[in-house]
Design a binder for this molecule. Structure first.
Ligand code: FES
Ligand SMILES: [Fe+2]
Length: 410
């Protein structure tokens, strides 16, 4: 249980807040590479800041404050120009990826000698492409390494899925360190949805082990023991705002009451032949059932979303009753609280990587069989995580599956 003041301290990430300073010490995924290939300008909102992301004609990415330094028009309605830069649609001022003003059409005619453009600059932030995603860093310098996890390089069919969740990011991330929910929110709920009165194997023990980039959570269920990878390896609550189980789920704060769920998935490609994916597809998954107006519950992450939004737009943690299953949640809150003091003293918080020589295919703990609980029952395996996978993605994967000699059935 937290007091309302402690709750405010931990969940608010707007500019100038303590937790906002802490979360700005990390890279956050904000878009897919493919999105900017399809449309080179995108409005982004990150931790309460309105930004514009763009790809110029040379292929360089820029991330600027959303409002034009001239008279504050919305730069996400601008366009990229053939000879470089992002053009504001209001009076045509032009900005490069560093935020420099490189064109002011009327000012240059009226007062060419004044070089007014050299006196104007849009605030620019850092952006990098990795694993089919575009990552933003909007914090203080020096800029840390953008983690290069080994999983990004594995052979398989990758895809990126976004959903916008109308609640605070912290309650989403607390779900990344919560082993017992799996039994109820996913396994037993799915059994009930199929009309079964059975119960899935119950948890008999849970454990939490800290490591450099997060906390592993471990479990023993009625059908497993200490020799099982569920206990020896476990799953990863990845710092500061992700879950890693073989796929990644980031909970990116849009603002204090909205979170961008970013899922990065990799499906098996059969056989051993080399496979290179030319383009990682991306799609947006809905969360509301249009017919009933209720949240969608048919897919695994949708079930998680229901738990998160059900806690309110911001969870009132002073009304909680934490038990033994919540030890990981308590560890997570303590780590964030401790790191607020660490950055106050000029240190780096948990999970920040500075050593570039280490940042090459860094391993994360993973149960090698993949996602265990979701052993495929149909071939090619269906996508169980989020609703409304586009037909084009299904077809592309199924075609590759067949081309590479995968089994079909049942
Ligand atoms: S407001 Fe952008 S050019 Fe005038
Ligand atoms: Fe879950």
């Amino acid at each position: 249980m937290l007091t309302p003041e402690q709750n405010d301290l931990l969940h608010k990430v707007g500019p100038g807040t303590p937790m906002g300073r802490l979360m700005r010490r990390y890279w956050h995924p904000v878009a897919a590479v493919g999105e900017l290939d399809d449309n080179p300008v995108k409005a982004v909102r990150l931790m309460g800041e309105d930004l514009v992301l763009f790809k110029d004609v040379s292929g360089e990415y820029g991330l600027l404050e959303r409002h034009c330094p001239h008279r504050r028009a919305d730069l996400s309605y601008g366009w990229v120009e053939e000879d470089g830069g992002l053009r504001c649609s209001y009076h045509g001022w032009l900005f490069d990826t560093e935020g420099r003003c490189i064109g002011q059409p009327y000012e240059q005619i009226a007062h060419p000698e004044a070089n007014f453009k050299d006196k104007v600059r849009a605030t620019a932030y850092h952006v990098q492409a990795k694993a089919g995603l575009l990552w933003a860093y909007i914090g203080e310098g020096p800029v840390p390494e953008l983690w290069d996890w080994d999983r990004y390089h594995d052979r398989g069919y990758k895809q990126v899925v976004f959903s916008e969740i109308p609640c605070n990011w912290l309650q989403c991330q607390e779900n990344s360190i919560d082993p017992v929910h799996f039994e109820w929110l996913h396994s037993n709920q799915s059994l009930r949805m199929k009309g079964s009165g059975e119960f899935s194997p119950t948890h008999t023990r849970v454990g939490f082990e800290e490591f450099e980039f997060g906390i592993r959570y471990l479990r023993i269920r009625a059908d497993t023991n200490e020799e099982d990878d569920l206990w020896k390896v476990g799953r990863v609550c990845l710092w500061p705002n992700a879950l890693y189980t073989g796929h990644f789920e980031w909970r990116v704060p849009i603002d204090d009451e909205h979170t961008l769920s970013v899922g990065w998935f990799i499906d098996p490609i059969p056989g051993e032949q080399p496979f290179e994916q030319e383009r990682i597809p991306y799609w947006y998954s809905p969360i509301v059932d249009k017919e009933t107006g209720r949240w969608i519950s048919s897919h695994i992450m949708n079930q998680d979303f229901i738990a998160w939004v059900g806690q309110g737009s911001v969870s009132d943690r002073w009304n909680e009753h934490l038990g033994e299953s919540d030890r990981g949640v308590i560890m997570l809150r303590k780590q964030f609280t401790d790191d607020l003091a660490v950055i106050e003293d000029g240190g780096d918080p948990k999970g920040v990587l500075r050593d570039a020589s280490r940042n090459d295919r860094m391993p994360l703990p993973r149960i090698r069989a993949g996602i265990g609980q979701f052993a495929p029952t149909t071939y090619p395996p269906r996508f169980p995580f989020l609703v409304d996978q586009p037909e084009a993605v299904v077809t592309e994967y199924h075609t590759l599956w067949a081309e590479f000699g995968g089994a079909l059935g049942p």
